[in-house]
Write a protein that binds this ligand. Structure first.
Ligand code: SF4
Ligand code: SF4
Length: 493
């Protein structure tokens, strides 16, 4: 649950000067994120802690334990002293999409969101219209529509919205309210299969272990003498999760990560159970599933007594896992270190645990920022990976060019939000036309990205549909291919 208030409201509530509130926010005494209308969004637990300290009764009380909310995007409640009066629609008891009208009643219908949205106009999809429909209580129509599923949740609309309306949040809420048997089948099947069988694609444990051991032997024979796939190694420092798509579709590519970890002399392991790193609960807006899948990862860290977790190497998987950790399991983050692939690779590079040869890749190269590692991560966690991505890419590729626009303003590949898996292929390809144009205009012949969905969409769909003829590599693939491996004499197994 989130408490929302302006600085003046808080100053009045706690009987302190507004500069004191600003100091608390700036120094982290009161963790708060800027929200719409110059309000701050404060986690209820942080607000409660402050109330306890000042002997005050909280103005709002959650209905249930906030750590087990099923909706991680709760409505933003109004402060009773807000200067922004609620807009109520006569005769309407409630609005489950906007239980607080704080978001929609700020919309000035400027249309900037529609102008920025790569698929606005397709099948009458228009984010401005969706905001108005939600505000007007046309919930059934929105929940029944396919718009929220054709939307890639890219967040381009939010970046340009002058009123900071949280349109992606709205789309997620609409998705969450759809009957589960009407959720796009591929997404729903992935969620159910993961809950029942431990991974999205239902790979049996025995097959998985045979595959891992076989790949490990191959790697030992080809480039990493002494390599043995570390499965269920208790006390290993780092737990590595795996996106089930990789062992299912292109298992050989697992060796890219393994080569890096081996070269860095990392102590790491893979769990034989619940090793899935992707989390389609976020696509389905099924927050119970999302939480369950992340809890399994935490249990594995504890069972194997690891000190660190490598978050899944895919935009949505990273976002879902980090979101669940920070929101529902903050205590777990006191017990182990959380790495994104950017954090880990940069740490290895800075500590000179890996060496890279910058001369191997001679093609003009660009980096595609995934929406989740970029815009969404910045907005939700206050951290993006724009700089890290460029440092790592340019350590391998000297002929580097940027796409325009990039970083926070980058265009989505078109396959986000579960779009790669769902039935709206034509919309996904159409969405990707802007990405294809960017790539083409950059002159790059190699596109590097840190997300499986982005890579698949650019390599398989955009290359074919828009005749791009570009090579696409994962960031960890690029790093693995650029490694200067130690000579066999220096190997210690
Ligand atoms: S950009 Fe924001 S304020 Fe403008 S129409 Fe869209 S939601 Fe409303
Ligand atoms: S999130 Fe992206 S696809 Fe969805 S409405 Fe906004 S701009 Fe359009």
């Amino acid at each position: 649950m989130i408490y929302e208030a302006k600085v003046n409201d808080l100053a009045e509530e706690f009987g302190v000067h507004r500069n004191t509130i600003r100091n608390w926010i700036n120094t982290g005494v009161l963790p708060a994120q800027p929200g719409p209308g110059r309000r701050y969004l404060i986690q209820w637990v942080d607000y409660k802690r402050l109330c306890d300290k000042y002997g005050r009764q909280p103005r709002i009380v959650p209905d249930a334990d906030p750590t087990i909310q099923t909706d991680p995007y709760p409505a933003i409640p109004r402060s009773s002293t807000s200067t922004h009066p609620p807009v109520r629609l006569e005769g309407k008891a409630g609005n489950s999409l906007y239980s607080s009208p704080a978001l929609a009643d700020l919309c000035v219908t400027c249309g900037s969101c529609a102008g920025a949205c790569p698929i606005s106009g397709i099948d009458d999809l228009d984010p401005r219209k969706i905001v108005r429909m939600a505000f007007l209580g046309l919930e059934a129509e929105l929940i029944e529509s396919d718009w929220p599923w054709k939307c890639s949740l890219c967040g381009k609309c939010e970046v340009v919205c002058p009123m900071n309306i949280e349109i992606v949040q709205l789309m997620r809420r609409i998705r969450a309210q759809r009957d589960r048997d009407k959720v796009p089948a591929a997404v729903q099947k992935g969620v159910i299969t993961c809950l029942e069988k431990g991974n999205n694609l239902g790979i049996p444990k025995e097959d998985f272990l045979i595959l891992l051991k076989g790949l490990g032997k191959e790697l030992a024979q080809t480039s990493c003498p002494g390599f043995v796939t570390p499965i269920d190694v208790r006390g290993a420092r780092l737990l590595v999760t795996i996106n089930s798509r990789i062992p299912f579709v292109e298992p050989d590519t697992l060796s890219w990560w393994w080569k890096i970890l081996h070269a860095a002399g990392e102590s790491w392991t893979i769990s034989s159970e619940y090793w899935e790193g992707a989390n389609w609960g976020i696509h389905a807006s099924d927050y119970k599933a999302m939480r369950t899948i992340v809890k399994r990862i935490i249990d594995n860290v504890e069972r194997l007594n690891c000190k660190a977790l490598l978050l899944p190497e895919c935009g949505h998987a990273y976002y879902a896992t980090r979101y669940a950790l920070e929101r529902w399991f903050p205590e777990a983050l006191q017990q182990f270190k959380m790495y994104t692939l950017f954090d880990l690779l940069l740490e290895y590079l800075n500590e000179q645990r890996i060496q890279l040869n910058p001369k191997l890749h001679t093609k003009q190269t660009t980096f595609h920022d995934s929406c989740n590692y970029g815009r969404h991560s910045k907005k939700t966690f206050g951290q993006d990976y724009f700089a890290e991505a460029r440092i790592l890419t340019q350590a391998c590729c000297k002929r580097y060019v940027e796409m325009t626009p990039n970083r926070e303003d980058n265009y989505c590949c078109g396959a986000g939000g579960g779009a790669w898996a769902d039935p709206f292929r034509a919309e996904r390809v159409y969405h990707g036309r802007l990405k294809a144009r960017q790539i083409s205009e950059s002159g790059a012949k190699l596109v590097v990205t840190a997300c499986l969905n982005c890579r698949d969409q650019i390599q398989s769909a955009l290359n074919r549909e828009f005749n791009l003829r570009v090579e696409v590599q994962y960031l960890w693939e690029l790093i693995a291919n650029s490694l200067v491996l130690p000579s066999p004499d220096s190997e210690n197994g």
